[in-house]
Ligand binder design. Sequence first.
Ligand code: ADP
Ligand code: MG
Ligand code: MG
Ligand code: MG
Ligand code: MG
Ligand code: MG
Length: 650
Amino acid sequence: MGLLSLGTPLHWNDSRLYADHVRTNGIIQLINCFNAARDRKNDPFLWGDEVEYMLVKLDREHKVARLAIDKDYILKDLGEDGSSFEVAVSNNVVFHPEYGRYMIEATPLQPYDGTKLEEFEYVEHNMRTRRQIATKELGEEDVLPLTLTSFPRMGVEIFTYPAAEPDGEASKSLFLPDEIINRHFRFPTLTANIRRRRDQKVSINIPLYKDEKTVASGIDPSIPRRNLFPHHDEEPFLGAAKEGHIYMDSMGFGMGSSCLQVTMQAPDVAHARFLYDSLVNVAPLMLALTAAAPIFRGHLADQDVRWNVIAGAVDDRTPYERGEPPLKGHKERGNTLDTAELMRIPKSRYDSVDQYLGDLDTSGRFSYFRKEYNDIESPKNSKVYEKLVSNGFDETLAGHFAHLFIRDPIVIFTESIEQDNTVETDHFENIQSTNWQTLRFKPPKQSAVPEKHDVPGWRVELRPMEISLTDFENAAYANFSVLLSLAVLKYRPNFYLPISYAEANMKTAHRRNAIVEQKFHFRTNVWEAGEAIVEQLSLDEVFNGSGSFEGLLSLVNRYIKETWGEALPAKLEAYLKLVSFRASAKIPSTAQYIRNFVLSHPDYKKDSIVSDQINYDLLEMAAKLSTYDHGVVTDFFGPELGQWLIDNGY
Ligand code: ADP
Ligand code: MG
Ligand code: MG
Ligand code: MG
Ligand code: MG
Ligand code: MG
């Protein structure tokens, strides 16, 4: 989430009238940025992570865990002009708002310098400091910032503190109160406008884990009958809720989950494009590796990750665009884009990358990329495409933005309709930052002319990872991603394969216990420019090596050795071990660990339901892990890493 604009957000009925205005001016802003920054060279490799937290209240007397929705004032105190701003700044930390009122995000204030080995150890220190500052600011022993991908009992009865009822106008959800939504106008408007554009609440259906006594026939009996929002309350019974699935009807189920992201600056635009493309198929693998979300709306899911929940949670496409019949009794409607062509849109605006950017070399030719690798349907805004091509964008890059620009802006502020396209980028960002894909290609601003290295240059953001329970893990995954990216930029392995394989891998990454049971498509002839040889490898083989591919960890190790010498700092070694052990399933994924915790809990009734008591015990366990309680680390991390943590002062 970037900075929040102040002002008056428009209702969808009004904002849709400005959709083309935003797109047209947004593209001019992009062209201005591109013209300013296209010739930047030799930007330093800077990078930074983003960690999202949930504020959880653990009522130890009554043994209930709730999402704390009364603590969002800490963001004000920790923010600019706040009483604790200095504390954050002097510790090189900055806090950001997130979708949930119970959520905070924190990043380093100054990005890390990827050329210095010691910076990779500092990452975890910075993360630990953020958690300490937030904990201190909360100032209550029973309210903790936990790095939890999804809150198990979200949407079941009362799950917030203070208690709130699901009766809000913004979401009209049967399960989630509007009081969980960030107070800033942008967020309830975003929630409502997605529903209005779609002409229906979002409907998320996640396969239910089927145990001995699970009721899986018919739609979930826990969906209430209600007559508060007449048309919307009926939706689950008119086809929106699917049999044998966990049904969710609100943005908060997705945007209210937490993740780990890293943003990296490449030396120039060509390297940024190559890095982006290289990570397209790494993204699904990182999602599978970090899997941490086996429970939604109080039910065990038959999958391990959050991704498709968020994809569904912000899916603003109309039935026509989705290519689905409208709900029973609803009228077929066209596209709500007034001026663009009526189109089918295969995917939600939150989903995996649809197109490579192409790795142009200095002479403007592709080195590894082939046009036929972009082999999935990804509709384009033809007006935007023409405009970009006539302004010096090559077809592949133009195609990328023209695809993002098929979307409507969801929230427009009256005060920022008129903008100066030579200095502002809000219209561009309006569309860009509401295309939530596994990667984001972040162009610089108009001020980023070649000689100004102090303003950010061409960046690539890696976005699929789930958040892990400890800073140790989050630092490990962030560092691994960045070291792999550095190795990719230095050695230039060819990871290209038809993007439909990456798409299939994304689906595979959702599967329960994917690390152990599934295989992923991977290009194994990575040192050749020609045709891709694609093999099916386990996560273990991709990370730790197989007969046909040396393994991502081997690339990382080689990079570290060749850049900084032989001796790997112990902490870095421990990070890489975590990645290796998780990939080989020597230690269970977070999702598997949580699932097993539920399955073996004395209160579990083999019915896939996660009771309040299990929820509480699970969160107590998460809280203990977040401080490396010696009673639980060995169980969670396995004997070798667990002991290492204990021996090293964790
Ligand atoms: P967003 O939510 O839009 O992705 P954030 O500001 O939350 O953006 O996070 C951006 C991350 O990028 C932070 O970790 C920040 O430290 C890092 N960062 C800032 N400047 C640069 C830069 N020039 N190059 C790479 N990363 C940067
Ligand atoms: Mg965020
Ligand atoms: Mg952010
Ligand atoms: Mg209410
Ligand atoms: Mg989020
Ligand atoms: Mg981000």
